[in-house]
Design a protein around this ligand. Structure first.
Ligand code: TXA
Ligand code: MG
Length: 314
């Protein structure tokens, strides 16, 4: 398959209308999209990414009214979150409508819905004329792409089109909150923090999987966000034990050791937006060990630490 590169959202949308798959930028990470109602097109996403079939997809909209095509009802709490955070880096999980094929939700009776705030994403989705279901546009298990070049690295020859936009702003995937029950459950950390959700609905809490029960967010149990290199999380107060030369370092504080690749960030926000591309850059350079500084777990810091821990486990 030839992958067409374009910066024209209308041209990119034509591929969706013809049943193809298109990578596009959002404020979080790049997504790999298809028409949510076209089962064959959605199947192509799983194939292109080599994504396990038990990992559900998020439907992206450009108008609030489109939620009516995707979900049977908007619960009271969901309505409050939508008013506060749409468009933006928040995905809400709602009971799915019959029009949504099970392949998109990995067999679940629920659907994740998000309205990106990135203008190019909104133009693209509006031109598609349907909600666009999209996971992050990386090969399964690789760090999510934050530039169109990173998308091309993983999906050239595997997607019909890449909509070329700027590097993403936030750099970590959206916050996911289950709004199907009385108490909203935070399934995945992102730029919208638990504290921000609790400011709108105070009962909101972190989801703790109950042993023996099916996990609410199957994707979270899969290997994720991992560079080939080993990731070691490090507090800046501590010395590195058995320091290996040829290592890389990213954080907000300078360190005394000599690294082959170093990235000092000015803030936790900058660190979050740089981390996935830094992982990819280290892999391109054949780095074996990446030291990542810990950050305080407030605001974007919670989501960043979540991704760092997953990468360190991988
Ligand atoms: O920022 C983002 O969310 C990006 C951009 C492209 O929008 N998308 C993204 O998609 O990160 P993906 O597929 O890589 O991650 C989707 C996450 C997974 O952890 C999945 O399990 C969860 O959302 N999810 C999706 N639908 C769900 C549902 N119905 N119930 C529970 N979790 C769901
Ligand atoms: Mg992903």
């Amino acid at each position: 398959m030839k992958t067409v590169l374009t910066n024209d959202p209308l041209e990119a949308a034509e591929y969706i209308k013809r049943g193809g798959i298109v990578a596009f930028p959002t404020e979080t990470v790049y997504g790999l999209g298809a028409n949510v109602f076209d089962e064959q097109a959605v199947a192509k996403i799983f194939e292109a990414k080599r994504r396990p079939a038990d990992n559900p997809l998020i439907a992206h909209i450009s108008e609030i009214e489109q939620i009516g095509e995707l979900a049977t009802k908007v619960t009271k709490n969901a309505g409050k979150f939508i008013r506060s955070f749409f468009p933006g880096p928040l995905t809400i999980v709602l009971p799915k409508s019959d029009a949504v094929p099970y392949i998109a939700t990995a067999g679940l009776e629920t659907i994740g819905v998000r309205m990106p705030r990135f203008e190019l994403a909104q133009c693209f989705i509006a031109a598609c004329g349907v909600p666009v279901v999209a996971p992050s546009a990386n090969l399964s298990g690789r760090p999510s792409p934050t530039t169109w070049q990173a998308v091309a690295e993983d999906l050239d020859g595997r997607a019909n089109c890449i909509l070329q936009g700027d590097p993403t702003e936030i750099g970590l995937e959206s916050t996911v909150v289950d709004c199907t029950g009385d108490i909203p459950l935070l399934l995945r950390q992102g730029a919208v923090s638990l504290a921000q959700l609790q400011a709108i609905v105070p009962e909101t809490r972190n989801y703790e999987p109950i042993t023996g029960e099916l996990p609410k967010s199957p994707g979270l149990s899969h290997r994720h966000y991992s560079p080939v290199a080993e990731v070691i999380i490090l507090d800046h107060k501590f010395e590195i034990s058995n320091f290996k030369s040829g290592a890389a370092y990213i954080g907000v504080n300078e360190r005394g050791e000599r690294f082959q690749v170093t990235r000092i960030c000015l803030s936790a926000e900058e660190y979050a937006s740089a981390i996935f591309e830094f992982f990819r850059e280290c892999d391109r350079r054949g780095i074996k060990t990446i030291y990542c500084e810990t950050v305080e777990e407030t605001g974007i810091g919670s989501a960043l630490m979540d991704r760092l821990r997953r990468a360190a486990e991988g």
